[in-house]
Design a protein around this ligand. Structure first.
Ligand SMILES: [Fe+2]
Ligand SMILES: [Fe+2]
Length: 405
């Protein structure tokens, strides 16, 4: 199975495409990769400041830009901002902290509207109609959304606290919490990091985990389970109460969420093992090996539920959710209850097939994750500084080398 799919799929891509996707998401046709690279470079000092700890950033406010830059350069040049961590390990943890902050932001939006709002995951008051539509996929969806959200908050808080405990700087993306909230009943009206209302969801993970003869790490690509979702832009949460009807429109939004949950969590499932290969310190490795599999547990749950999304056509925009158990779908590549990872080729096609997470290529893994999230439309509306910061965090993580990084 090596069907060519939409060019926005993240499978098998490594580096480079984030800037192209950035252009798409920002709708600035005049931008070129080189131009964006330059812009990213020009924002380097801003980015540098952005992911340093809040106290330093606040304290730095009174400093001249030149002094700030030289102070930070001196600090990083001596490796002091990495505390007792190697530069590479600190960079990997910082990137993961940023990724977890982003995850927490999007999951919180889902929880406010379709989850359980309580002291563990506060915020929002729930949207009964959307909650019911999501529950068509499983009666316990509200609990699962709540728990996934709770987990993501715990992930970024732990990683940041771990960084601080080692004398390293934590990550803070608060200055970019500027995107609008859903106007639908139930959502808090606060600034967001992520946009769940214009998503282009890559659903090729569905067939990737069902294939027994292809692997993105070997350059293979995979067909989409929901081709319509992988092109165009669709809301995964109601944008306002006008999205609560007609019923097939609301169900399409809920179905989109169901597939988006999987997209997000399979990404985390790959990211941790990919980056763990370049961690130096055994305790940092333990952190990655202990958090990473929880992403897989999330993915497995969502994978099972996505198969329950009812086939339908959204009457407002024509988005089709096909019957994955019937022709032209169905069979080993699409059948909805085949949710365990099918053994497939790994490392070398001459080896016996093996049941594995895929991809796990370590080179360029952080940038590949950023590319994937950008292509998802998750950051539509964010300024260039945000993309520059994410790119920089990813590049620093990808620069980490094993043994002495
Ligand atoms: Fe996470
Ligand atoms: Fe996650």
């Amino acid at each position: 199975m090596k069907t060519q799919v939409d060019s926005t799929t993240s499978d098998g891509k490594r580096g480079g495409s984030v800037l192209r996707e950035l252009e798409i998401s920002k709708s600035t046709a005049a931008n070129t990769e080189a131009g964006l690279a330059e812009r990213a470079q020009s924002w380097k000092s801003v980015s540098r400041r952005s992911f340093l700890g809040k106290s330093l950033a606040v304290g730095a406010g009174a400093m001249s830009a030149g002094l700030l830059a030289s102070t930070l350069m001196a600090k990083e040049g001596k490796g002091k901002s990495f505390g007792h961590l190697g530069k590479g390990d600190a960079a990997i943890l910082r990137f993961l902290a940023a990724a977890e902050i982003i995850e927490a932001d999007l999951w919180q939006q889902y929880n406010e509207l379709a989850g359980i709002q309580d002291t563990e995951v506060p915020g929002g008051t729930g949207n009964p109609a959307y909650t019911e539509a999501v529950k068509v996929l499983d009666e316990d969806m509200d609990q699962y959304i709540h728990d996934n959200t709770d987990d993501e908050f715990s992930h970024f808080k732990f990683i940041n606290a771990f960084l601080v405990s080692k004398g390293a700087d934590p990550v803070n993306l608060d200055q970019f919490r500027t995107l609008p909230s859903s106007q639908a009943t139930g959502a808090q009206q606060i600034g967001r990091l992520t946009n769940l209302m214009q998503l282009t969801v890559d659903t090729s993970w569905w067939t990737r985990y069902r294939s027994d003869n292809a692997n993105p790490d070997l350059g293979d690509t995979f067909p989409q389970a929901v081709p319509g979702l992988s092109s165009g832009q669709f809301p995964a949460i109601p944008r306002n109460d006008g999205d609560l009807a007609p019923s097939d429109h609301l169900q399409a939004i809920a179905n989109t969420a169901g597939f988006h949950f999987c997209f997000i969590e399979q990404g985390g499932t790959s990211l941790y093992p990919a980056l763990a290969q370049r961690v130096t310190d055994v305790e940092v490795l333990r952190v990655l090996l202990s958090i990473g599999p929880t992403e897989a547990m999330h993915f497995q749950t969502w994978h099972d539920k996505a198969g329950n999304a009812p086939p339908l056509t959204d009457p407002t925009n024509g988005l089709v959710f096909p019957d994955l158990n019937s022709p032209p779908f169905g069979g080993e590549e699409f059948q909805t209850n085949l949710i365990m990872p099918e053994p497939t080729v790994f490392l070398n096609r001459t080896f016996p097939v093996v049941s594995i997470i895929r991809p796990t290529e370590t080179n360029g893994a952080a940038m590949a994750a950023v590319n994937s999230l950008v292509a998802d439309g998750l950051f539509i509306g964010q300024p260039p500084e945000f993309f520059a910061l994410l790119s920089q965090l990813a590049q620093e993580a990808d620069a980490a080398k094993q043994h002495g990084g």
